[in-house]
Design a protein around this ligand. Structure first.
Ligand SMILES: Nc1nc2c(c(=O)[nH]1)N[C@H]1C(S)=C(S)[C@@H](COP(=O)(O)OP(=O)(O)OC[C@H]3O[C@@H](n4cnc5c(=O)[nH]c(N)nc54)[C@H](O)[C@@H]3O)O[C@H]1N2
Ligand SMILES: Nc1nc2c(c(=O)[nH]1)N[C@H]1C(S)=C(S)[C@@H](COP(=O)(O)OP(=O)(O)OC[C@H]3O[C@@H](n4cnc5c(=O)[nH]c(N)nc54)[C@H](O)[C@@H]3O)O[C@H]1N2
Ligand code: SF4
Ligand SMILES: [Mo]
Length: 731
């Protein structure tokens, strides 16, 4: 599965050139270390192995074994003790040795003279903390509160210790927070209405499935270790179906690929439900015992849904819908994995509810090999010691103010009483990852002061006044769990921090020390502490018991452990809905402005002038703005592209490699064309990524259109990234 490539001469030269350019910033070159790394690997002197964890926003949350020789990481590999990681890392994980020593890593605090000017100067931590603390205290004096300070943190690092970023803000007072998530909220609410929460079977349980529908999910790129399990299940006779508008790498490994028109999954699921109802293939026993509202649901399906309608909506022939419904309903057990990609639409939540309903009406809930898998947060019961901090004495007000992370730019600009004047950005790259980039940039321009904590000079860092350099997982300890599998991985400090990099918790401590020096009592965060001890403080009896551990020392010995119970979701029923049943009819959904039943919600249509739906899914060589900037990745691919169907390309006279402008009324981006029959004629595909040396960002064309759900569980609705309508022209 790994696409790791050898370091080529070309990339070495490229790295060295970049290192030269960065020397002026006091950023020392790093790639030279690779010679040292190689020499040490050969001689194998003073080798030590550390247990690390990959903290990225990735299903797989891998257990890593890190070889360190004389203080230098020479190798990373998957930990074989972890039966999900299976001793292997993905192409991104394998490139960690390059990320840690990348010459363009930010290694010292820096100040930019003129936001966006590129005129950076190295400063000391003391200078950085002083300037930040003075700005915070000035805001507090002017406005009587810290609400003009806005935090935007999301998924750069999901290690539990990095909730210290939220702790940094809590400890100075009430602040404004970007809340919600750009990732998965519509699906979370859908499953919350149906089941009471998100809760998936252990992915290793896929081995028990006889039938598996991969519905708008691309594990071959986005959850690579699940692909081993899927391949094994396939060998055992499990039939694999992929439903996606794109013939993805995952779909290419399936027994059957169903190319669906984007945003019409609800129509397919309801068409299947109609077939299942008409042919008496539902599990009446299960429904009577466990479900609320099945009569209303069947009534809706019977009166409103036809297979011809479903075929018309989805572009899938009636015979295929019938075959899929029959096979799914008669296989036992049958499993569905619902991806996050498919719910990034205006009707994404309703579509997920319609798919959940299939699992319920066929009685495929609460059993081995069955289920409607989306995600789980069952293993996240930590103390959040790094996060939970009291406000300083004398803090007034009603609490933090939430603004919508999915409409960040506009909400920052619109905030009043008090306005937002300062931003703290950490583990987040809003300029690259948010919709309506031009509005996001305006919000940054409107600030008095912007602080970013990051590893690389990305587009958000470029809009900051001060950047604080942070450690990689190898440079500070932590603990990680997944939102998919049931393992817990301890992360040990394997090497000394590069340059003057600090962990987010150390940053919080340093800032607290300075705040208290300038204004005693103004910050409650501890001013010192041992990070290893802090990791231990995240544990409680409940979580130790869940993982079968008698104490933290046992975890330290093992490094990676799997939960001992709860591996089959809803095995004993106990749904967490108001009725304690599976709710096909959900009053809670109605309360949040949705139909109580999983009905079809019309998909968005292309507006005139913008005939193509531009999907911007996730890319194999990155996690959003991470990894694609690493030299090994650049060696595989160093430019973004737009995928165009051959008939469209022919009509517009476009050939692979031609420069194409992808545009709408919001903005445009210029890209190289890639002609491919893996997509349909009314769709374009541009993978979202941050390329450090390219002026590329698909989100210049993406509007902040909300998804139908998300507000209940995450505080804000999701965002319909894939309802982005554009046109193209050859440049
Ligand atoms: N390599 C890599 N791995 C990652 C990430 C990454 O950026 N790169 N990101 C991580 C994160 S944060 C996330 S959220 C997950 C995402 O994991 P996935 O959900 O697997 O990935 P996506 O690319 O968001 O979307 C999956 C598929 O949904 C399809 N899709 C889009 N619209 C529709 C639709 O209307 N119907 C159907 N049926 N399919 C549709 C897309 O074509 C795409 O193939 O992956 C995680 N893992
Ligand atoms: N068009 C389009 N846009 C999308 C999506 C899409 O499908 N299409 N997907 C959306 C999804 S699913 C998601 S989850 C978001 C992800 O968007 P983000 O949450 O912004 O995720 P990343 O780009 O992975 O990470 C942000 C930054 O965190 C930094 N970072 C890493 N480790 C640390 C650390 O320890 N401390 C600090 N302070 N910083 C660190 C990284 O260097 C990176 O610059 O993007 C969304 N944007
Ligand atoms: S990016 Fe995902 S698959 Fe790759 S090493 Fe990290 S957790 Fe594992
Ligand atoms: Mo995500």
């Amino acid at each position: 599965m790994s696409e790791q490539c050898k370091l080529s001469r070309r990339t070495f030269v490229k790295g060295a050139a970049a290192a030269g350019a960065l020397a002026s910033l006091g950023l020392t070159a790093g790639y030279e270390l690779s010679g040292l790394q190689q020499a040490k690997a050969q001689n194998n002197v003073n080798a030590q192995t550390f247990r690390n964890a990959c903290p990225r926003n990735c299903y797989d949350t891998c257990a890593i074994l890190t070889t360190v020789e004389d203080g230098v990481i020479t190798k990373v590999t998957g930990n074989p003790d972890n039966t999900y990681t299976r001793g292997k890392l993905c192409v991104k994980g394998n490139s960690y040795t390059r990320m840690v020593y990348a010459p363009d890593r930010i290694k010292y605090p820096m100040r930019q003279k003129g936001r966006g000017s590129g005129n950076w100067e190295r400063i000391s931590w003391d200078e950085a903390f002083t300037e930040i603390a003075q700005n915070i205290l000035k805001i507090k004096e002017t406005y009587g509160s810290t609400l003009p300070i806005c935090l935007n943190k999301y998924s750069g690092n999901f290690d539990i210790m990095h909730y210290g970023i939220e702790g940094t803000m809590a400890s100075i007072g009430y602040t404004t927070r970007a809340i919600g998530t750009p990732c998965w909220p519509a699906g979370i609410d859908a499953q919350t209405f149906d089941f009471g929460t998100i809760y998936n079977n252990d992915p290793e349980d896929i081995l028990n499935s006889k039938y598996l529908i991969l519905w708008g999910v691309n594990p071959a790129w986005c959850a690579v270790h699940s692909m081993y399990i899927i391949e094994e299940a396939k060998k055992n006779g499990c039939k694999i179906i992929a439903i996606d508008p794109i013939l993805t790498a995952t779909a290419s490994r399936a027994d059957m690929f169903i190319q669906i028109k984007p945003s019409t999954d609800g129509a397919l699921a309801l068409g299947m439900a109609k077939y299942i109802y008409d042919n008496n293939l539902y599990d009446a026993d299960w429904l009577i015992r466990n479900a609320k509202g099945y009569e209303e649901f069947f009534g809706y399906v019977n009166n409103n849904i036809t297979l011809e309608w479903a075929a018309e909506k989805t572009g899938i022939p009636v015979a295929v819908i019938e075959q899929l419904a029959r096979e799914y309903a008669t296989a036992d057990p049958a499993n569905i994995w619902i991806g996050y990609g498919m719910q990034r639409h205006t009707n994404g939540g309703a579509n997920v509810r319609a798919i959940d309903a299939l699992a319920a009406i066929t009685g495929n809930v609460g059993k081995k090999g069955g289920g409607a898998q989306y995600a789980q947060l069952e293993t996240w019961g930590f103390n959040y010691h790094a996060m939970v901090k009291p406000q300083p004495e004398g803090t007034t007000g009603d609490g933090d103010r939430g603004i919508n992370m999915n409409n960040f730019g506009a909400d920052v600009l619109a905030a009043q009483d008090p306005p937002i004047k300062m931003m703290w950005i950490a583990a987040r790259n809003p300029v690259a990852q948010d919709p309506e980039v031009s509005v996001v940039l305006k919000a940054f321009e409107a600030m008095d002061f912007v602080v970013t904590a990051d590893l690389f000079m990305n587009d958000t860092v470029k809009m900051s006044d001060i950047v604080l350099p942070v450690t990689t997982p190898f440079e500070s300890p932590g603990v990680n769990v997944s939102y998919w599998h049931y393992w817990l991985n301890l992360n040990e400090q394997a090497i000394k921090p590069i340059g003057e990099c600090k962990n987010d918790v150390e940053i919080a401590m340093g800032l607290s020390a300075k705040m208290n020096e300038l204004s005693p009592g103004s910050c409650t965060y501890p001013t010192s502490g041992d990070l290893d001890e802090w990791v231990e403080k995240e544990f409680n009896d409940g979580i130790l018991k869940q993982f079968g551990l008698k104490d933290f020392d046992e975890l330290k010995q093992k490094g990676t452990v799997k939960a001992k119970s709860g591996l089959i979701a809803w095995e004993r029923g106990n749904f967490r809905t108001p009725s304690r049943k599976y709710e096909l009819y959900s009053e809670e959904a109605e309360k949040f402005g949705n139909h109580p039943l999983p009905v079809y919600v019309e998909e968005m249509q292309a507006p005139s002038g913008y005939p193509f739906r531009c999907i911007s899914p996730h890319w194999k060589l990155n996690i959003h703005s991470q990894f694609q900037n690493i030299d090994w990745m650049e060696a595989i691919n160093d430019q973004p592209f737009v995928e165009i169907h051959p008939n469209v390309a022919k009509r517009l006279g476009i050939q692979t490699g031609d420069a194409v402008k992808v545009y709408n009324d919001l903005g445009y981006v210029q890209l190289a064309a890639k002609i491919t029959g893996t997509i349909s004629e009314d769709t374009l595909v541009v993978y979202e990524a941050w390329y450090k040396n390219k002026n590329f960002n698909i989100n210049y064309t993406v509007k902040a259109i909300p998804a139908d759900m998300g507000a209940k569980a995450t505080g804000m609705p999701g965002i319909a990234f894939h309802d982005n309508f554009v046109n193209i022209t050859k440049v």
